[in-house]
Design a protein around this ligand. Structure first.
Ligand code: GYE
Length: 307
C-alpha cells in the first residue's frame, strides 16, 4: 500500500512511485531523444525515476536491473540492447514481485509472463515501409538494383526486424540484390567506416543504401561525398527514425527518405506505470504509430518535428 507522508501544514501526500529505467546508451539521435522523453515525462508525472545508462552493454543492463530489484523499486522498465539472454534477471524481478515493462525493443523469451507489456514500434513494418518506397521508386528500372545494407546492433530487435521486413518486400522482384550487409552498430562513426569499406569493394556498382537508422546513413553520406560521389543522386539512400538530422540531410538533398520511428515513449510509459500501480491491467502490446517522410516533404515537415 502507498505510504502517506505528512507535509508541513498537515496535508498528506502519497509517496512517489519509484521507477527504475535501464537505458541502452547514447548511440544515436533517437536514443538521446528517447532518454530526454523519459526523464522529462517522469518529472511531469511526479514519478521518482532511477535512470541508468548501460553504454551499449547488456551486462551493465543486467547489473542495473539487479540493483533496482535490491532497491525494491515499484516498477522496472528497460530497453533491451539485444533480444536474448534476459531470462535469469527477469525471473529474479518476477520472484521479487516487481512488474517489468519493456520499452522500445523486444526480448526473445518464451515465458511472456516475465513482463507486463511491451511498448514501442513495429520494426518489421518499418522495414516493409522502406522496401515499399524503394520498389515504387525503382519501378521503371530495368537492370539490377544493387543494394548495400547498414544493419543496426547485432542481435537487436530493430536490426533483425528491419532486415526481415525490407527483404520480405524486395524479394518479390529479383532485380533487387543486397550485395553487402554489415553492422554499423547504429552509430554515425561506424556507419561511415562500413560505408567506406562498401565503396572500396563495390564502388560505382552500388545503387542503393538501406541504413537501419538515420545516424548510420548520415555517417555514410560523408563517406560517399569523400569518395567523390553524390549522396541521394548517385546512390539512393533510405533510412529509419526520421530524427532532425535526417530532415536536415533531406532538405540538403542528400538523403532520399526516412521512415518514422518515434522515440517519444516517455508519456505512455509514465501512464502505464501509473495504471499498473492503480491496479489496472495493461494491454500486452502498445504499438507506436508512425509515418514515412520522402525528401520532397522534408522542408514543410521540419518545423513540426519534436525530435
Ligand atoms: O532506430 C536507433 C537506435 O531501438 C528503435 O535504436 C531503436 C533504435 C533506433 O539506436 O537509432
Amino acid at each position: 500500500a502507498p505510504v502517506a507522508l505528512m507535509l508541513p501544514g498537515g496535508a498528506f501526500a502519497q509517496k512517489p512511485i519509484v521507477l527504475g529505467f535501464s537505458q541502452i546508451g547514447a548511440e544515436s539521435e533517437w536514443r538521446t531523444a528517447n532518454s530526454e522523453s523519459i526523464k522529462s515525462s517522469a518529472k511531469e508525472a511526479g514519478i521518482d525515476l532511477k535512470f541508468a545508462d548501460a553504454q551499449q552493454k547488456q551486462e551493465n543492463q543486467i547489473k542495473a536491473i539487479r540493483s533496482f530489484i535490491a532497491q525494491k523499486v515499484d516498477v522496472i522498465a528497460f530497453s533491451p540492447v539485444v533480444e536474448s539472454g534476459w531470462g535469469a534477471v527477469l525471473r529474479e524481478a518476477k520472484a521479487a514481485k516487481i512488474p517489468v515493462i519493456l520499452t522500445d525493443r523486444a526480448v526473445n523469451e518464451k515465458d511472456d509472463s516475465l513482463w507486463v507489456t511491451f511498448m514501442g514500434s513495429d520494426f518489421v513494418e518499418e522495414g516493409r515501409k522502406a522496401g515499399r518506397w524503394l520498389v515504387e521508386k525503382m519501378k521503371d528500372q530495368k537492370g539490377e538494383v544493387n543494394i548495400v545494407e547498414l544493419q543496426g546492433t547485432v542481435g537487436s530487435a530493430p536490426a533483425i526486424d528491419r532486415k526481415k521486413g525490407f527483404e520480405e518486400i524486395i524479394k518479390a522482384d529479383p532485380k533487387f540484390k543486397i550485395i553487402r550487409s554489415q553492422t554499423g552498430d547504429f552509430t554515425r562513426a561506424k556507419g561511415k567506416e562500413v560505408m567506406e569499406a562498401f565503396l572500396k569493394a563495390e564502388g560505382k556498382k552500388i545503387n542503393v543504401l538501406y541504413a537501419h537508422n538515420d545516424d548510420m546513413a548520415i555517417g555514410a553520406i560523408q563517406a560517399i561525398e569523400e569518395a567523390g560521389m553524390k549522396p541521394a543522386k548517385d546512390i539512393v539512400i533510405i533510412s529509419i527514425d526520421a530524427v532532425k538530422g535526417a530532415f536536415e540531410a533531406m532538405i540538403a538533398g542528400k538523403l532520399n527518405v526516412s521512415v518514422e520511428c518515434s522515440p517519444l515513449l516517455g508519456p505512455q510509459l509514465m501512464a502505464a506505470v501509473k495504471d499498473l500501480k492503480a491496479g489496472k491491467t495493461l494491454p500486452r502490446r502498445i504499438v507506436t504509430e508512425e509515418g514515412i517522410f520522402p525528401m520532397e516533404t522534408a522542408a514543410a515537415e521540419f518545423p513540426k518535428r519534436k525530435y
